[in-house]
Design a protein. Structure first.
Length: 372
């Protein structure tokens, strides 16, 4: 018999004590669904959200953390749920990807059904949001027929196969003809200006120093953006410092230089044979436009990890020209929103659907418009 317990915890230690038996047999499919990631994130948030623990025959088979926010400030009774997020910008800036329930892959269908069952039992919780979901059809297949799903957004992810990329020349040779020419020129000019491009992986003792150095460059580029740099966010910093402490074998911070000139730093997450690029700080102080520090950094890191036996270099979600240039495959993350089958949920889902259709209709360009 399958059951679910709902509980609020004061700290992560209480949660992990209550669920110790589960973590002993749990095999995380990626670092974002690891115990270390969850611990670091829960310790970084101001208040731990609702925790759901799924049981089958009295054994724990899965865990999910569900943040709760108001649907609208003027509708205080109606709320939204957020899978493994709080719903707050600062606390969720750690960018969870490959988002799912914490459970072994063999238990995903059962745990997904239990989560949706709990959601349906809450008539005033109007939506369940799952950001950066990898498998849309999996979530939809576990939903009752009356439930409406909305795809709020899609994020393209990019990967590069590293099995034949154990040197810079190997990586460049795998690119398109035009890109090969540009990258060879960039490396040549960097060498003539400063010296050979080199990669230094931080020791555990040096990781926080490298992280701080990366953060300074990251803030220069992103502090003025809509959401700002995560390195100006204490929740973000707390999470990653804790993750680096708890998971030394799952995190790398790399410095890339040409001679003694700093090109930039990259923060990587490791899972099995996949190296996942999380973020970077790029030194944009380059006098020659043909020297492309961002490209040089990634190519040098690809060569480094290819030589160490990693199978692929995962850029994770988010489009960018350099990602499409350097990758050889892509995949899709989807932000999902599930509408409750309660009367209020069905009504609001219909209103939302009608509003979206009207916006789409009236925003269409005319037949003779240059946009057409």
């Amino acid at each position: 018999m399958s059951t679910t317990k709902l509980r609020y915890y004061q700290n992560s230690e209480q949660l992990f004590n209550d669920t110790a038996e589960f973590w002993e047999s749990y095999s995380p499919p990626n670092i974002f669904l690891s115990k270390e990631w969850l611990t670091s994130w829960l310790d970084s948030v101001d208040t731990i959200p609702l925790c759901m623990i799924f049981y089958d025959c009295n054994y724990i088979i899965g865990i999910v953390v569900v943040g709760e926010t108001l649907l609208r400030p003027y509708l205080p009774q109606l709320r939204e749920w957020h899978c493994n997020q709080t719903g707050g910008i600062n606390e969720d800036q750690v960018w969870i990807e490959y988002n799912h329930i914490y459970c072994n892959v063999s238990q995903r269908e059962k745990c997904t059904a239990l989560l949706i069952e709990q959601f349906i039992r809450q008539p005033l919780v109007v939506t369940l949001n799952v950001s950066m979901a990898e498998n849309v059809e999996h979530w939809k297949s576990k939903s009752p027929p009356l439930i409406k799903w909305l795809q709020n957004g899609k994020h393209i992810g990019y990967k590069k196969t590293l099995t034949e990329c154990s040197s810079v020349s190997d990586v460049i040779a795998s690119l398109s003809r035009n890109s090969r020419s540009q990258m060879r020129r960039a490396f040549k000019k960097a060498k003539s200006s400063w010296g050979d491009v080199s990669v230094t992986v931080a020791t555990q003792a040096k990781k926080l120093d490298f992280l701080n150095e990366l953060g300074l460059l990251h803030k220069e580029k992103w502090d003025s953006s809509t959401y700002g740099s995560g390195f100006s966010n204490e929740n973000f910093l707390s999470h990653h410092k804790k993750l680096i402490e708890l998971a030394p074998s799952l995190t790398d911070i790399v410095k890339v230089e040409a001679g003694e000139h700093l090109l930039g730093l990259c923060y990587f997450l490791k899972c099995d044979n996949s190296i996942k690029f999380y973020c970077s700080g790029i030194n944009e102080n380059v006098s020659d436009k043909h020297i492309k520090p961002g490209y040089l950094i990634h190519i040098a890191c690809m060569a480094h990890y290819g030589s160490k036996g990693f199978s692929d270099y995962d850029f994770l979600g988010g489009g960018a020209r350099y990602k499409s240039t350097l990758s050889d495959s892509k995949y899709t993350f989807t932000d999902l929103r599930l509408w409750n089958i309660s009367r209020v949920g069905r009504l609001l889902a219909s209103i939302h659907s009608l509003r979206s259709k009207l916006i789409k209709h009236f925003s269409k360009p005319s037949p003779d418009s240059p946009q057409q």
